[in-house]
Design a protein around this ligand. Structure first.
Ligand code: AMP
Ligand code: MG
Length: 403
């Protein structure tokens, strides 16, 4: 099955979670569930963009170093305060950045163009009418659509949501993704290795990737290649999670527990996808006590697991979050080394993208076990079906997935 058809199959298993209110500080990485309209304008009132003096521009138009203009300072206005006094000809009000513009003011003279004094201020350079005044609504106008539903919230969106006074926003609940590693050879980091054992890196990789995608990564107790144990683990995950991810046990070998159990439980299809790495995939759903939960079975090799997560799971999570954009950004880059690719499959090679130079270099060898190499990568180099090699200097598509 092609990567695109398999992605469509995975996406058909998921839908956006229910809408909840979240405090702004808890909403990072969620997607807005409704359009956000500005209840007031930004700025909300005319205010000074500089520390200086509120004046009549006409009073100071002719001011120069050789013939400065002196004005009587009738008030001092800090941000957060207002004054009833108005600026009249021959007078000024000292004003700080962000303070509301007093009545009568037609411009602000920055303090740098003055002697900075109170009592009488001497101005040695004029300003244009309207200078250094930030007008109400010049950023956002009351009633404007500030952010549309589906926008994923980063620090920049949080700033404007706070600025328009929202303490809580409506988002789709973060889905809980149960991450279940399988393999009798696996132990936890921190445990001494006996011969033949390796550390379970996938569950850590996948939980972190779920969190990065905006979901809750729930690392479930790892299971050995034992059908009863796996069945029990699926049973408990199905009760608590919105989506289950398994890693390992789906290839062609003996002891491929995941495949053996899920072929009989629920409706999970095991599919060979036309991609490298990550050919063996499985997805479907399991039903426990009339609760049906989607499940995606990822291959065990860490690089395959990661590439599969990026291609299928991340878009599924973003769909559950109600995100408008479910795909990572991609771009073209010039590859610095030639590469071979299986012509019948779409290859996702790990690369390091130099954004400034617009070049990408394959990293870490392309074996699907190379976690060290994976850690050097900040993108995947996509070599499409039908292409069996690229040469140094060719332009290739890369999917950005890291700094
Ligand atoms: P499997 O799909 O279970 O046959 O696993 C394929 C390869 O991936 C084997 O070399 C496994 O030891 C390795 N592997 C499976 N699960 C993990 C895991 N959670 N962390 C690291 N490597 C794994
Ligand atoms: Mg295994």
């Amino acid at each position: 099955m092609s990567v695109d058809d398999y992605l469509a199959r995975v996406l058909s298993l998921v839908s956006p979670t229910e809408i909840v209110s979240l405090r702004l500080t808890d909403s990072l990485g969620c997607a807005l569930a409704e359009n956000v309209v500005a209840p007031w304008s930004l700025p909300n009132f005319d205010n000074s963009s500089m520390d200086g003096y509120a004046v009549l521009a006409a009073d100071v138009a002719a001011a120069t170093a050789d013939s400065p203009v002196a004005l009587k300072v009738i008030a001092d206005l800090a941000a957060g305060y207002i004054t009833d006094l108005a600026v009249l000809p021959g007078t000024a009000i000292r004003i700080m950045t962000g303070a509301p513009i007093p009545a009568g003011t037609t411009a602000v003279v920055p303090v740098e163009r003055t002697d900075g004094q109170m009592g009488t201020v001497t101005i040695h350079e004029g300003v244009d009418d309207g200078a250094f005044i930030r007008r109400a609504g010049d950023d956002v106008t009351a009633g404007d659509l500030v952010l549309p539903a589906g926008t994923v919230i980063t620090s920049r969106q949080i700033a404007v949501l706070a600025a328009i006074g929202l303490a809580e926003i409506k988002v789709h609940r973060r889905p809980r993704i149960g991450v279940l590693s399988t393999g009798s050879e696996l132990v936890d980091p921190g445990t001494p290795l006996e011969s033949g054992q390796i550390v379970d890196s996938n569950s850590y990789l996948l939980v972190a990737a779920c969190t990065e995608a905006g979901a809750i990564g729930d690392r479930r107790p790892r299971v050995a290649d034992d059908e009863a144990e796996f069945r029990a683990a699926i049973d408990s995950a199905a009760r608590e999670c919105d989506l289950i991810l398994t890693s390992g046990g789906v290839s062609m070998g003996a002891y491929d527990t995941v495949k053996a159990v899920l072929s009989t439980l629920g409706s999970v299809d095991f599919i060979k996808t036309a991609m490298q790495p990550g050919m063996p995939q499985g997805c479907g759903s399991v039903t426990v006590d009339s609760r049906t939960v989607p499940i995606i079975t990822l291959p065990g090799n860490p690089v395959s697991s990661y590439v599969s997560f990026e291609n299928f799971v991340r878009p599924a999570i973003r769909t559950m979050l109600g995100a408008e954009t479910i795909q990572r950004p991609d771009r073209m880059a010039t590859i610095t080394e030639g590469m071979q690719s299986p012509g019948a499959k779409r290859q996702f090679a790990r690369g390091h993208l130099d954004r400034a130079a617009g070049t990408v270099t394959p990293v870490g060898g392309q074996g699907s076990h190379v976690v060290g190499g994976l850690a050097q990568a900040n993108c995947m180099i996509v070599i499409n079906e039908g292409v069996s090699s690229v040469a140094a200097g060719d332009s290739v598509r890369v999917i950005e997935c890291g700094e």
